[in-house]
Ligand binder design. Structure first.
Ligand code: SF4
Ligand code: SF4
Ligand code: SF4
Length: 166
């Protein structure tokens, strides 16, 4: 497969995945669990210290009384606090891992992909995980930790969260 064809194929695959995820509610968990079922069995009677003590205040408790991350204002610093305070070991520092989500730039909505100079997503990224080609066409590279800090900074709401299997 030619390089251009490969790029086009990868680009359309990401778009298809983004389209599929639009209709799904993406639930993102704090990055310290080993067993996803434990949220359902262990969190019901907890006072949700993880949400109270999250330094970035991005942990919220859903109607099912389980915690999820909301990147609409800030992102996760992987500070370990939620895992340290969890009384039921649903979250454990020893289980620290990358957040189960892929962060992708929606090329149809991104200003830079439409030819407008914009670096709003690059500035908050501590990992240098967003590459620009000749100052345009940003793409997220393999250094991304899925921390979510870039999402709220995009003026075009062009950064999508794709669910990955836990
Ligand atoms: S690691 Fe820190 S910033 Fe991330 S969700 Fe837990 S408490 Fe919040
Ligand atoms: S502190 Fe632990 S047990 Fe309590 S809601 Fe958070 S994850 Fe669940
Ligand atoms: S590109 Fe990845 S590492 Fe950089 S701010 Fe966005 S989510 Fe975080």
């Amino acid at each position: 497969m030619e390089r251009r064809e490969l790029f086009s194929f990868l680009s359309s695959s990401v778009k298809e995945a983004a389209e599929k995820n639009k209709n799904e509610t993406v639930i993102i968990r704090p990055p310290y669990f080993n067993d996803a079922d434990a949220f359902v069995t262990e969190c019901q009677n907890c006072e949700a210290q993880c949400a109270t003590l999250c330094q970035e205040q991005i942990i919220f408790i859903g109607e099912d009384r389980t915690p999820y991350l909301d990147f609409s204002k800030r992102g996760c610093t992987y500070c370990d606090e939620c895992a340290t305070v969890c009384p039921s070991d649903v979250l454990l520092v020893a289980n620290k891992r990358k957040i189960f989500a892929d962060i992708v730039i929606n090329q149809d909505k991104c200003l830079s992909w439409q030819g407008v100079m914009c670096f709003s997503c690059k500035d908050p990224c501590f990992e240098d995980a967003i590459d620009f080609k000749a100052m345009f066409m940003p793409e997220i590279n393999g250094k991304c930790t899925s921390c979510g800090f870039c999402i709220s900074r995009c003026p075009a709401d062009a950064i999508d969260i794709l669910k990955v299997s836990e």
